[in-house]
Design a protein around this ligand. Structure first.
Ligand code: 9UX
Length: 72
């Protein structure tokens, strides 16, 4: 099931944070695409809900050292 999840991501302070999150999360199983916006502190993720649930994506961002919440 292809789905889109929007996360708030707190703790990003430079553009390299954006790149590292996009690279790392984007490489995980079940992730179709990810776009991280530094100004809004949000990440929009398209993913397979079975291979990578919203909670799995959120936890993976938190494991990188950021605070993440599912918004949508
Ligand atoms: Mo920039 Mo982000 O030096 O974790 S990469 S703060």
């Amino acid at each position: 099931l292809e789905m889109e999840t929007v996360l708030s991501v707190a703790g990003m302070t430079c553009a390299s944070c954006v790149n590292s999150i996009e690279q790392h999360i984007g490489a995980l199983d079940g992730i179709a695409s990810i776009k991280v916006d530094l100004m809004t502190a949000q990440a929009t993720v398209r993913h397979d809900g079975h291979a990578a649930s919203s909670e799995v994506v959120r936890a993976a961002v938190e494991a990188m050292g950021f605070e993440a919440e599912v918004l949508v």
